[in-house]
Design a protein around this ligand. Structure first.
Ligand code: HEM
Length: 487
């Protein structure tokens, strides 16, 4: 028998036994489970819903089964929540009960089974890590210290694009340059270091490592162990290769400056955390901060190119409030309501983490009148909350004006449960304080300095989505023409 067949046979056997045990346990307890498609033995709903648990597929299921539904993915219960009321229950009212995380095989490797902050269960360790990370990363003081760095990085992007003769004619894939900028925005905070160019060997290595990790983490090929835990040992090869790759991300030396890593190493010296935790903090920033913000910038540019009237209005606001050619800085972003509305509308329609980071209940719980067995994965379909036509006017339209008109009171910080691109409550995104100004500065500088257009021969950019369990990004990294403005 070939190895793959043997693996499948063993997998089925293990699955059958464990599912039997599991089902009899549930029956014994007389659980009232949420509705959902009828599960088949061993695989549950896995074969019906497929490998693609993206926000649109889960929205289609919510339309059939309701605002709370249950999928059995092999052995794992997956609860999908699709109303603002239930989101409030999960993230706020019962925030402690549902404040843990599930991990898959890949994240187990990259976090030492939850020795990090993003993927650890709710409890003392998480509290300590969040406290230790707050001072060096997530305060207004950090923003005021590093905003000059972000402004400088954005200015360098503008210079490079201006200098590139292709930019104004056949066009460029601007994402590549913006990726370098985002790494630098965060590596300045972490290490007071920046990468000189896209060719920097360490930058290339890091990009590869991060790309590989997110590919592995989202790939079902490697993560069936997530749903049928008894098969996890089969993923050993993956674990080893991922671990080998991780070892290349060692914190760099610093110049004795008070950058984030100094604070983190200080906490290690005081015995609050160990060396592994330090590494996992660096790892968390790589996972959570860089690509998420980059995807949002990439979406923002695409929408501005495809909606020239919005782009024009934004440019007019920048010219009027700041004066033509006066380069936008972080304090200016607060004086530019249309820019803020463009950022919010981008995060609404093209939500970078559309299902939030999966939550989990450590113990049996109740939600919406149903029983939720311990250790269920809870996905909040935040994208659907912000794109449901019963809650929003023409949600499929990219219309920043909504945030100045009928939705003027809605902020990105979760003051309205229909709009939670950064989550809300205990496990919400602490990086919002950095992400919003970086988005404002970057989009602002580009629109001030260039007219952003589709490449010759196209009248619109292709905005086909690539949705996954953890992300919503653009399928094709587009080429745009950036025509320099003359002041
Ligand atoms: C546009 C950019 C970003 C978006 C849309 C975003 C969104 C999110 C979301 C939806 C969550 C999960 C919330 C939940 O599970 O309830 C999250 C968690 C997190 N984000 Fe962000 N994020 C962004 C940028 C950043 C940045 C720049 C950083 C760090 C510098 C960051 C650090 C984190 C961390 C550490 C967590 C885990 C919090 C925890 O588990 O306690 N994020 N983010």
């Amino acid at each position: 028998m070939d190895l793959v067949l043997l693996e499948k046979a063993l997998l089925a056997l293990f699955g059958a036994v464990t599912l039997d045990v599991f089902v009899s346990k549930l029956k014994g307890k007389k659980f009232r489970l949420p509705p959902g498609p009828f599960p088949v033995p061993i695989f549950g709903n896995w074969l019906q819903v497929g490998d693609d648990l993206n926000h649109r597929n889960l929205t289609a299921l919510a339309k059939r089964f309701g605002d709370i539904l249950l999928l059995r993915m092999g052995q794992r219960n997956l609860v999908v929540v699709s109303s603002p009321e239930l989101a409030r229950e999960v993230l706020h009212t019962q925030g402690v009960e549902f404040g843990s995380r599930t991990r898959n095989v890949v994240f187990d490797i990259f976090t030492g089974k939850g020795q990090d902050m993003v993927f650890t269960v709710y409890g003392e360790h998480w509290r300590k890590m969040r406290r230790i990370m707050t001072v060096p990363f997530f305060t207004n003081k950090v923003v005021q210290q590093y905003r000059f760095g972000w402004e400088d990085e954005a200015a360098r992007v503008v210079d490079d694009v201006r200098r590139n003769p292709k930019a104004a004619t056949e066009g460029i894939v601007i994402r590549r340059r913006l990726q370098l900028m985002m790494y630098n925005n965060l590596y300045r905070i972490m290490f007071d270091r920046r990468f000189e160019s896209e060719e920097d060997p360490l930058f290339i290595k890091l990009r590869q490592l991060n790309g590989e990790r997110s590919r592995l983490a989202q790939s079902f090929e490697y993560n069936y162990g997530d749903f049928i835990p008894t098969s996890a040992p089969f993923s050993g090869a993956t674990s080893r290769s991922a671990k080998r790759k991780l070892s290349t991300t060692k914190p760099m030396d610093n110049n004795g400056l008070r950058c984030a890593i100094d604070h983190i190493l200080d906490a290690e010296k005081k015995g609050e955390i160990n060396e592994d935790n330090v590494l996992y903090i660096v790892e968390n920033i790589n996972v959570a901060a860089i690509e998420t913000t980059l995807w949002s910038i990439e979406w923002g540019i695409a929408e501005l190119v495809n909606h020239p009237e919005v782009q024009r209005k934004l440019r007019e606001e920048l010219d009027r409030v700041l004066g033509p050619g006066v380069q936008i800085t972080e304090p200016d972003t607060h004086k530019l309501p249309y820019l803020q509305a463009v950022v919010k509308e981008t995060l609404r329609l093209r939500m970078a983490i559309p299902l939030l980071v999966p939550h989990m209940n450590l113990h049996d719980a109740k939600l919406g009148g149903y029983d939720i067995p311990a250790e269920s994965t809870i996905l909040v379909n935040a994208w659907w909350l912000a794109n449901n036509p019963t809650q929003w006017k023409n949600p499929e339209e990219f219309r920043p004006e909504r945030f100045l008109e009928e939705e003027a009171k809605v902020e990105a910080n979760g003051n309205d449960f229909r709009y939670i691109p950064f989550g809300v409550g205990r496990r919400s995104c602490p990086g919002i304080i950095l992400a919003l100004p970086i988005l404002g500065i970057t989009l602002g500088r580009l629109v001030q300095n260039f007219e952003l257009l589709p490449p010759p021969s196209m009248d619109k950019l292709d905005t086909t989505e690539k949705g996954g369990q953890f992300s919503l990004h653009i399928l094709k990294h587009y080429t745009i023409v950036a025509k320099p403005r003359v002041f």
